[in-house]
Design a binder for this molecule. Structure first.
Ligand SMILES: Nc1ncnc2c1ncn2[C@@H]1O[C@H](COP(=O)(O)OP(=O)(O)OP(=O)(O)O)[C@@H](O)[C@H]1O
Length: 312
């Protein structure tokens, strides 16, 4: 049975067609990435999965339970870490987690709450009032809240947006452990290096369509490879090398050229020198998921600039 099955899901907000017949499934035990530029429809899809929003048509199920007709069971099987920080300011961290446990009918849950709190480095704040916590600490509580009922499927909607390196590391260590123990993880993020290192498979959404769906390894293999980063002065890149040029990232200086092997570097440098270019700097790099993302979004047309803004 699939952890998640999404089939022909459409969703419109008035005239805006936010999801245009999205179909994909996630196997049990996968660490799955859902990527896309701002407005691609990721949060809409996560909200439909979590039963917080309704699809106009199509079907969605969690471990075989339909999110509409079998809502209670589907919801029980999910842990959802929302993008926005929503919390009740009147309770302490521990009270918040006990109340959340109560929603799932779990009365004696303190051992697991302690474990979650310890794994998220929240122990020293367990008796602090929610309103006294920093933004990063509140986000840890949101993660803890999603996990109190040990859900087999965990949805994380941009859990590391704006949080410091320490929390990211703490969070990913714990989430990776849960994944190794068999929990299915579905992650949306704009931090593509996180997706590249964590996710075994990735779907990319653009304007409500799935435009890529493959293992991270295949995506990297298909679109990426070696590249030569060059900083030139004196003359522009010779026309003979233009076909190798990789579209730049917004904040990037210099030029990047596609390479099929290290042995091509010599010829490229000779061509540059013959054209009067001075080579100020050079580096051979391996392309990463950000390059793949930018190439796919460009291939898909007009959204390229938005895509690059959102990953910048
Ligand atoms: N409640 C709503 N009412 C009207 N339009 C909405 C609503 N929620 C989302 N949208 C629109 O639907 C589209 C998809 O939005 P969604 O939040 O799902 O995208 P996203 O991929 O999660 O974006 P981001 O990366 O910015 O979080 C956007 O154009 C957005 O403006």
């Amino acid at each position: 049975m699939k952890a998640i099955e999404i089939s022909h899901v459409h969703k419109s907000y008035r005239s805006l067609h936010a999801l245009k017949g999205v179909s994909l499934s996630v196997e049990q035990g996968e660490f799955f990435g859902l990527l896309g530029p701002n407005g691609a429809g990721k949060t809409t899809l996560i909200s439909i999965l979590a039963g917080l929003n309704r699809a106009d048509s199509g079907r969605v199920s969690v471990l075989g339970h339909d999110v509409v007709s079998d809502y209670r069971m589907a919801r029980r099987l999910l842990g959802v870490v929302p993008q926005e920080l929503v919390f009740d300011p009147f309770f302490t961290v521990r009270e918040t987690l006990r109340i959340q446990s109560g929603y799932f009918g779990l009365r004696r849950n303190d051992d697991w709450i302690d474990e979650v709190v310890a794994n998220l480095d929240l122990t020293s704040k367990a008796d602090a009032n929610m309103r006294a916590l920093s933004g990063g600490m509140k986000r840890r509580v949101l993660v803890a809240q999603a996990l109190v009922h040990r859900p087999p499927v965990i949805l994380l909607d941009e859990p590391t947006a704006g949080v410091d390196v320490e929390l990211r590391q703490t969070l990913w260590k714990f989430i990776s452990r849960l994944n190794r123990e068999g929990h299915t993880i579905i992650l949306t993020t704009h931090y593509l290096e996180e997706a590249e290192s964590l996710c075994g498979r990735i779907a990319m959404l653009k304007f409500g369509d799935v435009v890529a769906l493959d293992t991270t390894r295949n995506l990297l293999k298909q679109f990426a490879g070696l590249q030569l980063a060059l900083s030139l002065s004196g003359a522009p890149l010779p026309p003979a090398l233009e076909a190798r040029r990789i579209p730049g990232r917004p904040a990037e200086q210099g030029i990047r050229l596609r390479l099929s092997g290290y042995d091509e570097v010599e010829g490229i440098l000779a061509t540059c020198r013959e054209a009067g270019c001075v080579i100020e700097d050079l580096e051979v790099q391996k392309a990463d998921l950000e390059d793949v993302f930018v190439q796919i979004m460009r291939r898909e047309g007009a959204v390229a600039d938005t895509a690059m803004e959102s990953v910048a």
